[in-house]
Design a protein around this ligand. Sequence first.
Ligand code: C5P
Length: 248
Amino acid sequence: MTDNSGEGFMEALQDDSVAVVLPAAGSGQRFGAETNKLFANLAGVPLWLHAAARLGSRREVERVVISVSPSDLGCFQDQLRQSAVNCNVEFVIGGRERSDSVLAALKTLGSDSAIQWVAVHDAARPLVSDDELSNVFGEVPRTGAAILSTPISGTVKRALAGRQGCETIDRRHLWVALTPQVFSLGLLKQAYGKHNGRPATDDAQLVERLGHQVTLVQGSAENLKITFPEDLLLAEAILARKSKNVAN
Ligand code: C5P
């Protein structure tokens, strides 16, 4: 965790130096809908467009690349056309695993010399805030790798392998990884170059395997990933509270 003491050289990210990668090619089976959960309506807007619009409107962001499955492409394009979002959104075809989808997006960035940073963000996290984005973008120049995360609040148990019972894990140093996860483009390409299909549940894990330090930046538990239908109800309630606060 960064100490935020202001020590060290912190150079702000330049305008238009970031490419956002939004993996959106999952099946969303746990959500239980017939179509991709990302097409669900949240406060009158398709779920995925919340994150695309918030990230795409940042001064640091030049490109927004979304990995989608071939069968969903038409619907994403229709929803974008019908929306008021006017950031540059590019679609690419994703893959079987989330990491395949991120890699497909990285390949389209190719050798775009304007892009120095990549922010990978789950399309299923619609509530990321501008403050969180400012914090993680502010930290990433320090090490070249910074991710939003939140301390674990519950007690964590590990089931004992091969027998009944469990043990308690010391939670003081445990954090839950959120997104965006922001990296220098060269570092993330290098990490994916060494991936070789070994399972990884987020992009930071691939960077850690290089032996490179990843900075944890505290985010909000409200930056939740929509997985189950009840998550959507919670997101509606959080959005309603936020817009009430703005109105008052
Ligand atoms: O399934 P889960 O919600 O954990 O996926 C996280 C994000 O990764 C989602 O936005 C999902 O659409 C995306 N994903 C992807 N390609 C896959 C699997 C998941 O882009 N093969």
